[in-house]
Design a protein around this ligand. Structure first.
Ligand code: IPM
Ligand code: MN
Length: 352
């Protein structure tokens, strides 16, 4: 019996999460695994009501579960940073989810802005470090608000943090068994402390994975290849900030935020899965947002729990719906409502 914590969150989060849970239910009926869900109301509305971003027990609470399913965090009436840092980053850090796994996969029938590229070309995975780098909050400000203001935001890279991320990426490239190639995305020509550490750790660990081809690209070059030759990539490993940036680019090449999913993974603990698109407040309650990203996040959740049959089936169901049903991935342009898209995926799973 899996215990799944459900955090619908803000904006359209709860709507898309509902569709993911619909698909989960269909998969459990079909394949016989059992689960229960516990819902938490953490998010912008609760914060505005109570002044608290997360209850102090949040992480301990979530650790009692096998996985966390998250809709979206971000509220138009809350100053940027408060919920992002207070909820999303607090959970990633608090649960030590040191991997942010982001597949960049173009499903059949989905339009990509990349000319002459198709599903065979756009199919790679970014392993983003998720607990260090520029995201730790290290640094500070002096003489704030004066003409002499100084702002320092430091990138923290620990040997342990970097190495465990790289190791995960090598393991992932091995398990994925596509091109058996792992590209380190860095900036060794300028960030000569941080990415020197990354580079040394990368090639040291590479010695233990002789079946995986190690490859290196600077982050700026990576963005060029992601547009020009996405087929070059199999698995990319990178730091937190670069990973954040390049996965939004990747998401656009796979059809946009309506379809891009990600997992915040603690391989030894509790992981959290989310559509990476945000809360899209202007579409809240309209039943127009694309739930496929959230359904993809559920697919990753089940894969991580070891329910690979269910994960494979949901992947096929998504491909069926994109390939034969949806007109577009964009909110309001799918030709179907949010709930109808969820129904179609669930139906495919049930009928399989
Ligand atoms: C993401 C988001 C977050 C990040 C924000 C909301 C803190 O952009 O999941 O990529 O920067 O990691
Ligand atoms: Mn981001």
């Amino acid at each position: 019996m899996y215990k799944i914590a459900v955090l619908g969150g803000d904006g359209t989060g709860p709507e898309v999460v509902r569709e993911g849970l619909k698909v989960l239910e269909a998969a459990s009926h079909k394949l016989g695994f059992k689960y229960e869900t516990v819902e938490y109301d953490w998010g912008g509305d609760r914060y505005l009501r109570t002044g608290e971003v997360l209850p102090p027990s949040a992480c301990e609470e979530l650790k009692k579960h096998d996985a966390v399913y998250l809709g979206a965090i971000g509220h138009p009436d809350v100053k940027p940073g408060i919920l992002e840092k207070g909820i999303l980053l607090a959970l990633r850090f608090g649960l030590d989810q040191y991997i942010n796994l982001r597949p960049v996969k173009l499903y059949p029938g989905v339009e990509t802005p990349l000319k002459d590229k198709g599903p065979a070309d756009i199919d790679y995975v970014v392993v983003r470090e998720n607990t260090e780098g520029l995201y730790t909050g290290a640094g500070g400000v002096l003489k704030k608000g004066t003409p002499d203001e100084v702002a320092v935001q430091e990138s923290i890279n620990t040997r342990k943090g970097v190495e465990r991320c790289i190791r995960y990426a090598f393991e992932y490239a091995r398990k994925r068994a596509k091109d058996k190639k792992l590209t380190l995305c860095g900036k060794t020509n300028v960030l000569t402390y941080a990415f020197d550490l990354w580079e040394r750790a990368f090639y040291e660990v590479a010695n233990e994975y002789t079946d995986i081809k190690p490859d290196y690209a600077h982050v700026d070059a990576t963005t060029m290849w992601m547009v020009k030759n996405p087929e070059w990539f199999d698995v990319i490993v990178t730091d937190n900030m670069f990973g954040d940036i390049i996965t939004d680019l990747g998401a656009m090449t796979q059809g946009g935020m309506g379809i891009a999913a990600g997992g915040n993974i603690n391989p030894e603990g509790v992981s959290m899965f989310e559509p990476i698109g945000g809360s899209a407040p202007k579409y809240t309650g309209m039943n127009v947002i694309n739930p496929l990203a959230a359904i993809g996040a559920m697919q990753m959740l089940l894969d991580t729990l070891g329910e690979t049959k269910a994960a494979d089936l949901i992947d096929k169901a998504i491909a069926h719906v994109t390939g034969t049903k949806l007109k577009s991935m964009g909110a309001g342009r799918m030709g179907f409502s949010t709930t109808e898209v969820g129904d179609m995926v669930a139906q495919f799973v049930a009928d399989a």
